[in-house]
Design a binder for this molecule. Structure first.
Ligand code: FAD
Length: 515
């Protein structure tokens, strides 16, 4: 059967395979799950970015890990077929696509694992690589009153998709990214082998797959660390005019011990104007809160800074205790006192806060429009220069969506993973989350992203792209820097024919046919 598949795909291209070959393909692969090809591969050729589209040969909906191994093994017996795991397709630049190759819909495996464990008194949950974080949250909190420690801002992302990058949000300063909060993975390698790996077992694969951009294997199961879930969150936003004061306070908060700081620290830049998307109205947390621009000092520039923090608490905590804890932390910060906004929300509501943005954007048609986003990690030593030129000049009118900026600590990231970071203990994540319809054309915005990266290179800023996207091997080599050799060695060990994640455009499929 496998040989039959090889014959079909070697001698024809994806476009020339008629729909009725689906049954032949399906038989060849001997799947428990299903396969779709021809014109009905639908979303498999698109992603959230809306900038790229390609036509896969087929979309596979595996029933489990064995199906995934079968697809990879089948591809390895051809000279050219590739395989892309598709989490929830929330990439921007086609990273989860496979031009004329197989796309594996990981969501079809989302129910395959959900098992709590207690090891040496610590709590964990085994979940599917195709599970959405929002479902992991809801189930863990409602069933066990436990929750993962490290999140992304938006949770309709898959476990395997974020672990293949890093997974960061306002808790990462304390617990590290999501890649620092898993202890075991089950991975199907590019050789079609199903392997369980951890820090002590097959550790090269474990660390390589974390942040590995899907290059070494497909994550089918992850063991995620849990902690007791709080009931409630005090969610606070405060405003600054001076970047130096904003960064000083943000850095102060992320370097304090647990119990001496907030549980979540993020921030964003907004324009000093009444623009509904980029300006003052983007700051209040509740429609009843008013942002009064009269409180902004006359000396303020074209952009302002908002520090966003949150403190966890329990229903049993007295309001006065929570108020005292919040006041004690806020009194050490130098924000504009009258520009402070706060709200009490449930912990689950807080973590699902971007879901509301999604619903709103879907209602006004923005969610499905192109998103030429740019995410960068920038070292503390370069962040003032970046602010001066990029935020205050190039982007002073905003990007039609949030411009996030908050500090992270390198020591919370494991240098054995495949993630690459700038130098220095403190670095910032900057995320330009553009929603296009309000601004100039998509091409112009993509060009502006390139201009920003070019400027960072020209000025010698210490930075790395997060969710990187490059077209040439030279650029990828530069991105990985002194970790390139290790990454290539890992690729050679676990996916020697470069079958996996072709949409990342790092390696080209090789023609060695598996015997
Ligand atoms: P996909 O886009 O489907 O896949 C991404 C890459 O991972 C592809 O190369 C794919 O082949 C590979 N892949 C997918 N599943 C697997 C698997 N199981 N095993 C191996 N490889 C796999 N990121 C953050 O860190 N923090 C945030 O706060 C954050 N917020 C976001 C908000 C929105 C609205 C969006 C659209 C993205 C956000 N992201 C954030 C980025 C997000 O983490 C990445 O885009 C992530 O890759 C998306 O997950 P996905 O499941 O959709 O993966």
């Amino acid at each position: 059967m496998i040989a039959c598949l090889g014959r079909i795909v070697q001698d024809t291209d994806a476009d020339s395979i008629p729909d009725d070959d689906v049954s032949t393909l399906s038989e060849s692969l001997d799947l428990q799950g299903t396969i779709e090809s021809g014109g009905i591969t639908g979303v498999a050729g698109k992603d959230f970015g809306g900038l790229y589209s390609v036509k896969p040969l087929a979309l596979i909906k595996p029933s489990g890990t064995e199906d995934i191994a079968r697809v990879i093994n089948a591809a390895s017996r051809t000279s050219h077929l590739t395989v892309a795991a598709r989490g929830n397709g929330h990439s921007i630049n086609g990273q989860a696509m496979a031009d004329s190759g197989f796309v594996i819909d990981m969501r079809s495996t989302e129910e395959n694992h959900f098992k709590p464990l207690t090891i040496d008194g610590s709590h964990y949950i085994d979940v599917s690589g195709g599970a959405l974080w929002e479902d992991v949250l809801k189930r863990c909190v409602s069933v066990f009153r436990l929750a993962p420690r490290s999140w992304t801002d938006y949770l309709s992302l898959t476990v395997g998709g974020t672990l293949s990058n890093a997974g960061v949000s306002g808790q990462a300063f304390r617990f590290g990214p999501q890649t620092s909060n898993v202890t075991e993975l089950e991975v199907v390698t590019g050789k079609g082998e199903i392997t369980v790996c951890s820090e002590t077992q097959n550790s090269e694969l474990f660390f390589g797959a974390l942040g590995g951009l899907g290059q070494l294997g497909i994550i089918t199961r992850a063991r995620v660390k849990l902690q007791p879930a709080p009931d409630m969150v005090r969610w606070i936003r405060v405003v600054y005019t001076e970047f130096e004061e904003f960064t000083r306070d943000a850095e102060f908060l992320v370097t304090q011990e647990e119990g001496e700081s907030f549980d979540y620290v993020e921030g964003f830049v907004f324009s000093n104007s009444d623009d509904p998307i980029n300006g003052w109205p983007s700051v209040p947390l509740d429609p009843d809160h008013e942002f009064n621009p009269a409180y902004i000092p006359q000396t303020a520039g074209s952009v302002l800074y908002c520090l966003e923090v949150a403190l966890h608490y329990r229903n049993s905590d007295r309001p006065s205790t929570v108020n005292t804890a919040v006041s004690r932390l806020l009194e050490r910060l130098g924000f504009i006192q009258r520009l402070k906004f706060q709200l009490n929300v449930s912990y689950v509501e807080f973590l699902l806060r971007v879901k509301q943005v999604e619903e709103h954007a879907k209602a006004n048609g923005n969610w499905d429009s192109p998103h030429p986003w740019l995410n960068i990690f920038i070292s503390k030593s370069s962040i003032v220069d970046f602010d001066r030129t990029v935020f205050r000049k190039m982007l002073k009118d905003g990007v039609g969506g949030p411009m996030l900026i908050y500090p992270l600590l390198r020591s919370k990231w494991d240098s054995r993973t495949s993630v690459v970071l700038p130098e220095g203990e403190i670095f910032y994540i900057v995320a330009l989350l553009r929603f296009v319809p309000k601004g100039p054309t998509v091409e112009k915005l993509v060009a502006q992203n390139h201009e920003i990266i070019k400027w960072c290179n020209k000025e010698g800023l210490d930075f790395k792209l997060y969710l990187p996207h490059y077209q040439s091997k030279e650029d990828w080599k530069r991105h990985f820097g002194d970790q390139w050799t290790r990454f290539v060695e890992r690729k050679t060990s676990f996916d020697p024919m470069a079958i996996l994640a072709p949409g990342q455009k790092i390696f080209k499929r090789t023609h060695i046919i598996k015997p």
